[in-house]
Design a protein around this ligand. Structure first.
Ligand SMILES: [Zn+2]
Length: 178
């Protein structure tokens, strides 16, 4: 799949986490920088091995199922009190790597060892759907964080420069009054 889906999926998970928190009247956990790190995790296998063809992906070490396992020991650093607060960000960035491999597994396959000899998965999701999936992921990410912003503002959020955003806000405000 394409970079938009890879970047957005773990960010949406972070959004759900924060959505739940703000509904419990807790402040959001993830800052913009955290969300960027999480999105970076989602595109890391492609970033470390930029490729265009499926053949190139099939011989990419960062697309082998061992790549997330190699990254996992880095979690040990979060036992140090100084870094503990950043653990959820690391965790979701790591989940982003796993989701990336899963998405590539169902859209052409990934190499088991990174050598191109043993490929697992195939085109369950045809490339014609990749761009629409990118658009849906980006829109859904916007929706989740727009809703969070609305909840954090306790319903006072306004968007005077964007009429369709204002329409959605109006609708939410109406629903809450009922
Ligand atoms: Zn990839």
């Amino acid at each position: 799949m394409f970079v938009g889906t890879h970047a957005c999926l773990p960010v949406i998970l972070a959004g759900f986490w924060d959505w739940k928190r703000v509904r419990q009247e807790l402040p959001p956990r993830f800052s913009k920088v955290d969300l960027m790190v999480i999105a970076l995790g989602g595109i890391l296998p492609d970033l470390l091995n930029i490729h265009l063809s499926l053949e190139a992906r099939h011989s990419s070490a960062t697309h082998s199922i061992w790549f997330p396992l190699i990254l996992a020991p880095f979690a040990l650093i979060f036992f140090l009190p100084r870094f503990q607060k950043s653990f959820p960000t690391f965790l979701l960035a790591w989940v982003g790597v796993v989701l990336h491999l899963f998405c590539d597994l169902i859209s052409g396959g990934i190499p088991l060892w990174g050598s191109g000899t043993l490929i697992i998965g195939k085109y369950y999701v045809h490339p014609v759907y990749w761009l629409p999936l990118d658009c849906i992921s980006i829109l859904f990410t916007w929706f989740v964080f727009f809703r969070i912003k609305y909840l954090v503002s306790k319903g006072t959020l306004v968007s005077p420069t964007c009429s369709w955003e204002e329409k959605i806000l109006e609708d939410w405000r109406k629903r809450e009054k009922r």
